[in-house]
Design a binder for this molecule. Structure first.
Ligand code: ADP
Length: 290
């Protein structure tokens, strides 16, 4: 059975609602304040649990750090509710009956912990969502060849290329398809498949034997209400689909199908307010899109 370990951040996000983003030196008042459970690790673990059937399947574990305070306890309870409680049997010889097959990482914890997880995942399918993007010197020294799937947005793709190949003068208006073609031609990404999300513009995937695949964003039933969590919903559902392959080869046609499931789930997330609370359940996605 596939099992994904999500190693990453878990925290309380504070949202201040303002009329505009303040400029340097400007002091502005907020007209609203909200606290939400968050952290990309937490969000993606919840999305993945929803994608793989609600958590009680024991397909998802989260590994992160919370404090002993009320916020920490609340986060823990919410996560246990989402991911279910995996019953782990440990035999006398210490053998653990859950065998991890996939590892999902973001960049909101100490990079040393992420690098350690990449080492641990040596023989596993490793998925990395470098958000926020690494610093330039971190990008150059990063073990990209150990990443099987990289999930980025357009801006992150451009930053990666500009750092890895300074000879290329990557313009802001550069076509994302050129950026992705160039990225997968870099030696660093010879073994990596890159998935690049473009918000309402859809999503591309390319690399490691796969030519450029595209899926449009799914049609919304109403207006865009809140895009927070959309990228994390996309990641969770995409990986949920990857896990269903259980070691079988993923071909070009499969990739488009995987992208489509993930864009549908992400679209449903932007129709509702909230982060993890706006992520759709698998049945809801199936009911809407068949
Ligand atoms: P990030 O927040 O990580 O930059 P994106 O903005 O690219 O991520 O959004 C992730 C995914 O969410 C997109 O690939 C798309 O499938 C979906 N999405 C985001 N905005 C919309 C929208 N306005 N309409 C439909 N789908 C959307």
């Amino acid at each position: 059975m596939p099992h994904c370990l999500v190693r990453g951040s878990i925290n309380v996000d504070e949202y201040y609602y303002v009329s505009h983003i303040s400029r340097p030196g400007e002091t502005i008042s907020s007209h609203g304040f909200q606290q939400r459970m968050g952290g990309k690790g937490f969000n993606q673990a919840v999305a993945l649990a929803l994608a793989t059937g609600g958590g009680d399947q024991g397909k998802v574990s989260f590994y992160g750090t919370v404090g002993d305070d009320d916020a920490g306890k609340g986060l823990r309870e919410r996560l246990e509710k989402a991911t279910g409680r995996a019953i782990i049997q440990v035999a006398d010889d210490g053998e653990n009956s859950i065998e991890t097959t996939h590892v999902l990482l973001q960049n909101e914890i100490n990079p040393k912990s992420t690098l350690r997880a990449i080492e641990f995942a040596e023989k596993l399918v490793t998925i990395f969502n470098p958000s926020p993007m690494l610093q330039k010197d971190e990008i150059v020294g990063f073990p990209w060849n150990k990443i099987d799937w990289l999930i980025v947005n357009q801006l992150e793709a451009r930053l990666l290329l500009a750092s890895l190949d300074p000879s290329q003068d990557v313009q802001e208006e550069e076509d994302v398809r050129n950026i992705l073609q160039n990225l997968v031609n870099q030696p660093a990404f010879s073994k990596t498949r890159i998935v690049c999300t473009l918000g309402a513009g859809g999503v591309y995937a390319i690399g490691n034997g796969l030519s450029l695949a595209f899926a449009p964003a799914a049609r919304l039933e109403g207006p865009v209400v809140d895009t927070t969590g959309a990228g994390d919903t996309f990641a969770g559902y995409f990986i949920g689909e990857l896990m269903s392959f259980e070691g079988r080869e993923i071909r070009e046609l499969d990739v488009v199908r995987l992208l489509r499931v993930a864009t549908r789930a992400a679209a449903m997330c932007v129709e509702r307010a909230g982060t993890v609370d706006s992520m759709p359940k698998r049945e809801e996605v199936e009911r809407r899109f068949g």
